[in-house]
Design a protein around this ligand. Structure first.
Ligand code: NAD
Length: 486
C-alpha cells in the first residue's frame, strides 16, 4: 500500500479523531494507479448521532457566544493555513481524484482557500434591519444562524465544493458536519486537521466519512440537523429532498447538468475552439457545468469541427502527479465504466466519432484513463445529447439559425450553465437572456469567482453557492417587535 501524507484517517467528532463505532473502514483508491492509498473510517448512524451531539453542543457553547468578528478571524485562519499546506493538500486531491496536480495546486485548492477568505470577510457584515411599521413600535430583524449544517459533497471537486458550503456556514455562525464522497475523503479530513490546528472550538466542524447510502441517509433523516447543503447527482438530490421532508430540513441542491456551448457563425473561431475544449475537457469532463453539448452554426460546422479535432487529438492523458499533465484519470472504476458505456451508446445510435472513443493507459497498464472524445452528427434525441455523462465526451450538434440554437440549448431538463460565442454584442445579450441556465458565459467558459453566485435552473437544483446570495441559505430571519407606547 502506498501511504499518503494524511495523518488522520478516523472521523473528526468534537475535535477528537475516532474510529467508526463499528470499527469498519473503507479503502481509498488512486484512480491513476488502481492502488489502495488509504483506509478511512466507514461511519454509520451512531457516528452521525455523535457528530450531531457535538455540533449542537458547540452551538450552545463557546462558538455560539463568539463575536462575529472573532468568528471571521477563525474562518480567515482556515484560509491562511490551507494555503500554507497547499502543496500537501493538492497532492491528496490529485491522489484520490486523478485530476492533474497543476489543477489541484493552481486552481482548486487556492480557490477553496479564497472561498474561506471571502466568507471570513462577511462574518461581521451579516446584519438585520429596522422596519418602518404602523403604530408605535420598534421593529427590527435579527439574522441568525440556522444551526447544524450538513455538507454532503461529491468526488469531482472534493475540497472546493466542501469550501463553498463550510465557509459560509461557519461565517454565519452555524456548526457543520462535512460528509465527503466515499471515493475522495482525504482532503475533507485534511480540512478537519486544519480546523483543529487553527483553534476552531470542538464540534464546530466535524468530518464523517462513509457511504452515502448509510452515512448520507442517516444525516438526511437526523432530526438534530437543520439544513442539508448538497452537491451531487440529480437523482440523489431528489431522494434527499423526499427524505428531508419528514424533518422539514432546509435544503440547497447543486445537481447535474447538460450544458450547451453555442458557437455562432460570427464567433472568433480559434477562441471558441479553445473554449469548447476547456468547456468539456477541463477536470476530465467531471464538471457539473461542463459544456457537454456543443451547438455549432451549420455554416461553420466543418471548419470548426476539423480544427477542434486536431486540437483534441493532441490532448493525451498523463500521470496526474506530473506537473506537465493537463488531462488526468477518470475518478473511479465505476465512473470509467459509465463513460465507456455512453461512448458505446454514441457509436451505436449513429453519431460520428471524430476523436478519442477508447479507454487508454499511460504506459503503466494501470489506471482509469479515457481518451478525450468528440462525436459529431449528434441528433438531439440521442442518449449522449440528453443524459449527463460526467466525463470527457463532447456531443456536437448543429443548428440553422439563432432561434433553433436557443430552442436546442433549452431542450433539456437541466439548467446549470451555458456558453455563447459571438462577436455581436446584441446577440450575446439576447441569447444570455433566453437561456434557461444559472450561469451564462459569453466568449469564455468554465470560469468562477467566489464573489459570483453559482447554481441551477430547472432540475440542476436550487439555491446559490458563493457570493453574498449564499448567506441567505445559512441564516434565518427573526422579527422582533417592541412596544414603544408610553
Ligand atoms: P452522488 O449523488 O452519487 O454523491 C454525492 C454525495 O452524496 C456523496 O457524498 C455521496 O456519498 C452522497 N450520497 C449518496 N447517496 C446518498 C443518500 N441517499 N443520502 C445522502 N447522501 C447520499 O454524486 P457523485 O457521483 O458523487 O457526483 C457526481 C454528480 O454531482 C454529477 O451529477 C454532477 O453533475 C454533480 N455535481 C454538481 C455540481 C453543481 O454544483 N451543480 C458540482 C459538482 C458535481
Amino acid at each position: 500500500m502506498t501511504t499518503t501524507a494524511i495523518a488522520h484517517k478516523h472521523l473528526l467528532i468534537n475535535n477528537e479523531w475516532r474510529p467508526a463505532s463499528s470499527g469498519e473502514t473503507m479503502d481509498v483508491v488512486n484512480p491513476a494507479t488502481e492502488e489502495v492509498i488509504a483506509a478511512v473510517a466507514s461511519a454509520d448512524a451512531s457516528d452521525v448521532d455523535a457528530a450531531v451531539t457535538a455540533a449542537r453542543a458547540a452551538l450552545a457553547g463557546p462558538w455560539g457566544s463568539l463575536s462575529a468578528r472573532e468568528r471571521g478571524r477563525l474562518v480567515r485562519k482556515l484560509a491562511d493555513r490551507l494555503l500554507e499546506r497547499v502543496d500537501e493538500v493538492s497532492r491528496l486531491e490529485t491522489l484520490h481524484n486523478g485530476k492533474p496536480i497543476t489543477e489541484s495546486r493552481n486552481i482548486e485548492i487556492p480557490a477553496a482557500a479564497e472561498c474561506f477568505e471571502y466568507y471570513a470577510g462577511w462574518a461581521d457584515k451579516v446584519m438585520g434591519e429596522t422596519i418602518p411599521v404602523n403604530g408605535n413600535h420598534l421593529t427590527y430583524t435579527l439574522r441568525e444562524p440556522l444551526g447544524v449544517i450538513a455538507a454532503i459533497v461529491p468526488w469531482n471537486f472534493p475540497l472546493l465544493l466542501a469550501a463553498w458550503k463550510v465557509a459560509p456556514a461557519l461565517a454565519c455562525g452555524n456548526t457543520v458536519i462535512l460528509k465527503p464522497a466515499s471515493q475522495t475523503p482525504l482532503t475533507a479530513l485534511a480540512l478537519g486537521e486544519i480546523a483543529v490546528e487553527v483553534g476552531l472550538p470542538p464540534g464546530v466542524l466535524n468530518v464523517v466519512t462513509g457511504p452515502g447510502s448509510k452515512v448520507g441517509q442517516a444525516i438526511v433523516e437526523h432530526p438534530g440537523i437543520d439544513k442539508i447543503a448538497f452537491t451531487g447527482d440529480t437523482s440523489t438530490g431528489k431522494a434527499i429532498m423526499r427524505s428531508a421532508a419528514d424533518t422539514l430540513k432546509r435544503i440547497t441542491l447543486e445537481l447535474g447538468g447538460k450544458s450547451p456551448n453555442i458557437v455562432l457563425a460570427d464567433a472568433d473561431i480559434d477562441a471558441a475552439i479553445r473554449g469548447a475544449t476547456i468547456g468539456i475537457f477541463y477536470g476530465k469532463g467531471e464538471v457539473c457545468a461542463a459544456g457537454s453539448r456543443l451547438l455549432v452554426d451549420r455554416s461553420i460546422r466543418d471548419e470548426f469541427i476539423d480544427k477542434l479535432t486536431v486540437r483534441v487529438k493532441k490532448m493525451v492523458p498523463g500521470d496526474p502527479m506530473d506537473p506537465k499533465t493537463r488531462f488526468g484519470a477518470i475518478a473511479s472504476r465505476k465512473q470509467l465504466e459509465t463513460v465507456l458505456r455512453y461512448i458505446a451508446s454514441g457509436k451505436q445510435e449513429g453519431a460520428t466519432l471524430v476523436a478519442g472513443g477508447e479507454r487508454t493507459d499511460i504506459g503503466t497498464g494501470k489506471g482509469y484513463f479515457v481518451q478525450p472524445t468528440v462525436f459529431t452528427d449528434v441528433a438531439p434525441e440521442m442518449t449522449i445529447a440528453r443524459e449527463e455523462i460526467f466525463g470527457p465526451v463532447l456531443a456536437a450538434i448543429d443548428f440553422a439559425d439563432l432561434d433553433e440554437a436557443i430552442a436546442r440549448a433549452n431542450d433539456t431538463p437541466y439548467g446549470l450553465a451555458a456558453g455563447i460565442w459571438t462577436r455581436d454584442i446584441k446577440k450575446a445579450h439576447y441569447v444570455a437572456r433566453k437561456l434557461q441556465a444559472g450561469t451564462v458565459w459569453v466568449n469564455t467558459y468554465n470560469i468562477y469567482d467566489t464573489a459570483a453566485p453559482f447554481g441551477g435552473y430547472k432540475q440542476s437544483g436550487f439555491g446559490r453557492e458563493m457570493s453574498a446570495h449564499a448567506l441567505e441559505h445559512y441564516t434565518q430571519i427573526k422579527s422582533v417587535w417592541v412596544d414603544l407606547n408610553l
